[in-house]
Design a protein. Structure first.
Length: 51
């Protein structure tokens, strides 16, 4: 149930951050349960090239 409730909020945040040019939607993981009631998290993966 946590992922169902968090699902719409997750996608709303990802799309908002995409519109703000913060991150691409494909850069985020799917929502992951944290083990706490009513809590989920997503991981943003950014690759930075260092020369």
């Amino acid at each position: 149930m946590v992922l169902e409730v968090a699902g719409w909020l997750y996608y709303a945040v990802v799309i908002t951050l995409f519109k703000l040019n913060y991150a691409e939607p494909n850069d985020w993981s799917r929502p992951l349960a944290t083990g706490r009631p009513n809590e989920a998290m997503a991981i943003l993966t950014c690759r930075v090239r260092v020369d």
